[in-house]
Design a protein around this ligand. Structure first.
Ligand code: COA
Ligand code: ADP
Length: 763
């Protein structure tokens, strides 16, 4: 007996051979019409063959994810027509090439004039077919890919496949019938969950929900072909999802209202999740055709929205940052990461613990070193708890055996990479680096987890500075997605590549950044928090500032975040920098440092023991130390009034617009400086850092993208205005790159790199 694979190869060869004439004819005739390229694509982007005698096999073929571009859609239309018209074909299987069914609509086509056959009638034709249509799902069936599968009469998935309708994450809704078919198939509550969150489900969950009919551990197309043979000739009336009544929900209005409230709370101003609820509600309350009309209407608003543009930009930006390149000329595709067999973490404070958990969860053997025995015991318990909780959530065994604990640095002789996470103290870190240089085998990469200390200074302590990079994790390190990989002038391509790849393995979005105070994220954040403090001096309250920031879409305002992370952290750093505390030069005005405006408000709160949530008092009050719910504090308001009186400041009315402009534009201006300095390679790097590490609302793209949406001229004009009003704040002075971009007619964000390159070449 022939195996299916052999049969498939043979028949594909036959069909391809028989197609050759047709293909050359098509190309010729297409040439005459001047559309040669498309005609060639049509032939290759959905391949057709007949196998096992009576099964038509359609293979989507558009690497890497078989996205439904115009040419693929045309290919599907043509091959479906061919299969349905072939009297020998009794059933049809649709699959994707290279182990992936389909990654959905081609996101690159969004925002452009759509050409090619639309998805809705294409899927409708498939559903109306009188021959059974079977989707063979391997890899992913996402967005339009799942909608295509829902148009089929049966769905067979591989056990490792993932399915979902992630359109909401791109600012859209599943508008090729997905919002109408899925609730009819799996019920309104489950559909609301999937469509409003965009989450991907495993094949096992898809089977449980009823999205797929069968899951296989074997060759999916083989299983689907076997299945297609078994259902050939069977009636299909009960298999067309659009004809199903939506499963009854006792109080659909209450359900949708409840979900709507939850969605509004978590969406932070994003409109797509709300439209998703409305579309599913239409499925539950209207006949299919009217529901489809509603889906179309809702999509029309989303499709052209700024939010959709921002989210789609963010999708590509996230992928662009993995293609790093650094000023030395090293880049992602020419630098080979070093294999890592064993890694180490030094210092088991909050950061070290989180990093250890993330490493073990990534499957890496980790040795940890902590000098304080009591801390070591506590950390061991905490790390095990975190691993157990994570494993329970994911239904896997906790990787406890991946970690060993030690008090002795000498145990690190055989590790390939070390992440140092001791106290944020340069003298201590230097000492640790010297010790590591002596202990570790040659070639061990030394990484420092610092939120802003000079990585080059640390590298200078090592025998091999080219093997040193910064790895700036964000707390809690096993949860937060962002990792800044900080390279220095001497960092080798291999060191950067290894840290970037390790970040990816740990599930992080890693961004390569240059070394400077605060790197990218914290350098910009400083300007944002500074402006917020100045606004308090001028008449605002923490409540007003936070409200404006939260309405903009940040999950938490600047003062709430400060209370959460603890005011004492910044205070300690400012004291070290001689900006605060007893070491401030005598005779210096309280509100000036190094000739620039300075706000001592946070220092004054710290002097009162108001460190934020941990002490129950900070910018807000809490019901107890460690309390979470921030309440406005009359003491603070009184304190601000006294402070203003003492410094001769007259409180003025400050509105939300000014809060946003002062805080965000100051930060954006610094972002432009970072690009000018070459610390970030492009605006995407900054935007990804802000979205994944600092709570910047994703539907606003990131600070640099947002500045383009506001209009660079406007940002420039407002910065000029504020700089004039506050000449003692040099950071408000618009930077050169911003001016140059405006002078060049404010090109779109994807063109900024050219302008930056020109600017660098002139320096
Ligand atoms: N349209 C256009 N390009 C797409 C795409 C889509 N729907 N999905 C992925 N791509 C591109 C990526 O931009 C990337 O391009 P690059 O190599 O030039 O950077 C490439 O395909 C590979 O994608 P990547 O995400 O790096 O691969 P992966 O294997 O990690 O993940 C998917 C594959 C399909 C899970 C993931 O790409 C994904 O989630 N895609 C979007 C799915 C979606 O939202 N579809 C709905 C569209 S409305
Ligand atoms: P966080 O991770 O939140 O920044 P800490 O700075 O408090 O927390 O954590 C640093 C940890 O590093 C502490 O547990 C401290 O005991 C440990 N540590 C300090 N010096 C060394 C050292 N030389 N070797 C190993 N561990 C150290």
């Amino acid at each position: 007996m022939h195996s299916y694979s052999t049969l498939w190869r043979e028949s594909v060869t036959k069909v391809l051979l028989s197609c050759q004439q047709e293909r050359s004819y098509k190309v010729q005739s297409a040439d005459e019409k001047g559309v040669r390229k498309l005609a060639v694509f049509i032939d290759t982007m959905a391949q057709y063959s007949r196998i096992s005698g009576s099964v038509g096999l359609i293979t989507l073929s558009n690497p890497p994810v078989n996205a439904l571009s115009a040419a693929v859609r045309q290919g599907i239309v043509d091959t479906v027509e061919k299969a349905l018209g072939d009297p020998q074909v009794k059933s049809v299987v649709i699959c994707g090439q290279d182990g992936i069914f389909c990654g959905g609509a081609d996101i690159k086509e969004f925002g452009k004039n759509m050409s090619g056959p639309p998805l809705i009638p294409m899927i409708h034709t498939i559903e109306c077919a009188t021959k059974p249509m079977v989707a063979a799902i391997e890899g992913s069936a996402l967005g339009g890919g799942l909608e295509l599968a829902l148009g089929c009469h049966y769905r067979i998935a591989h056990s490792k496949a993932r399915l979902g309708l992630p359109e909401v994450t791109l600012g859209l809704l599943p508008a090729a019938g997905g919002s109408q078919r899925l609730p009819r198939l799996i019920g309104v509550p489950a559909a609301l969950d999937l469509i409003t969150t965009g989450r991907h489900v495993t094949a096992a969950e898809a089977l449980q929900l009823g999205i797929v009919d069968q899951v296989t551990d074997h060759a999916t197309v083989d299983a689907a072909v076997k299945f297609a043979l078994s259902v050939a000739g069977k009636p299909l009336d009960t298999r067309r999802i659009s004809t199903y009544p939506c499963p009854h929900v006792s109080d659909v209005d209450a359900l949708c209202e409840n979900v709507m409230q939850k969605v509004r709370k978590s969406a932070h101003g994003a409109i797509a999740p709300i439209a998703c609820v409305q579309a599913v509600r239409a499925a539950a309350t209207l006949p299919y055709t009217q529901g489809m009309e509603r889906e179309k209407e809702l999509m029309a608003t989303l499709y052209t929205s700024g939010q959709a543009r921002a989210l789609q930009y963010s999708f590509f930006a996230q992928r662009a940052v993995s293609k790093w390149r650094i000023p030395s000329g090293a880049r992602w595709d020419t630098s080979t990461p070093r294999p890592l067999h064993k890694v180490a973490v030094i210092g088991l404070g909050t950061m070290g613990r989180g990093i250890t958990v993330a490493l073990a969860q990534a499957g890496l053997p980790v040795i940890t070193v902590e000098t304080h025995e009591k801390q070591l015991m506590e950390a061991k318990r905490a790390v095990s708890d975190m691993l157990n909780r994570g494993a329970k959530r994911r239904g896997v065994a906790p990787p406890l055996d991946k970690i060993s604990y030690s008090c002795n640095l000498q145990d690190l002789a055989d590790v390939d990479l070390v992440i140092e996470a001791v106290f944020e103290d340069m003298t201590l870190k230097k000492k640790v680096f010297r010790q590591l240089s002596a202990v570790c085998k040659p070639g061990t990469l030394l990484c420092t987890n610092t939120s802003g200390l000079d990585v080059d200074q640390l590298a200078s302590q090592s025998r091999n500075p080219e093997l040193v990079v910064g790895m700036h994790f964000f707390a809690p390190a096993h949860v937060m997605k962002l990792l800044e990989v900080v390279y220095g002038p001497q960092s080798s391509p291999q060191a950067v590549a290894t840290a970037m790849q390790l970040g990816k393995k740990m599930g992080k979005v890693s961004v390569a950044v240059g070394n400077c105070r605060g790197f990218v994220g914290n350098r910009m954040l400083k300007l944002y928090t500074e402006q917020a403090s100045f606004l308090l001096e001028e008449g605002a309250t923490p409540d007003l500032v936070d409200q404006a920031i939260e309405e903009f879409g940040f999950p938490m305002g600047v003062f709430k975040v400060s209370d959460l992370s603890g005011l004492d952290v910044g205070w300690r750093i400012r004291k070290e920098e001689k900006l605060a505390g007893l070491s401030v030069a005598s005779g210096q005005s309280t509100r000036i440092r190094e000739g620039r405006r300075y706000s001592p408000l946070a220092d004054l709160l710290c002097e009162q023991g108001r460190f934020g949530q941990k002490t129950g008092r900070g910018w807000y009050q809490y019901d107890k130390p460690g309390g979470r719910v921030a309440r406005s504090d009359p003491w603070l308001h009184h304190f601000l009034e006294e402070y203003r009186a003492q410094h001769g400041l007259v409180a003025r009315h400050i509105d939300h617009q000014e809060v946003l402009e002062r805080c965000l534009y100051a930060m954006i201006n610094e972002g432009f400086r970072i690009l000018e300095d070459g610390i970030a390679a492009g605006p995407e790097d900054i935007d990804v850092i802000y979205v994944f590490g600092y709570g910047w609302p994703r539907h606003r793209g990131g600070p640099m993208f947002y500045s383009g949406m506001v209009g660079l001229e406007k940002v420039l004009e407002r910065l000029e205005h504020y700089y004039q009003a506050h000449p003692d704040v040099p950071h408000l002075q618009p930077c050169r790159l911003l001016r140059r971009l405006v002078a060049r007619g404010s090109p779109p964000v994807h063109k900024w790199r050219e302008v930056i390159k020109n600017l660098h070449s002139q320096l």
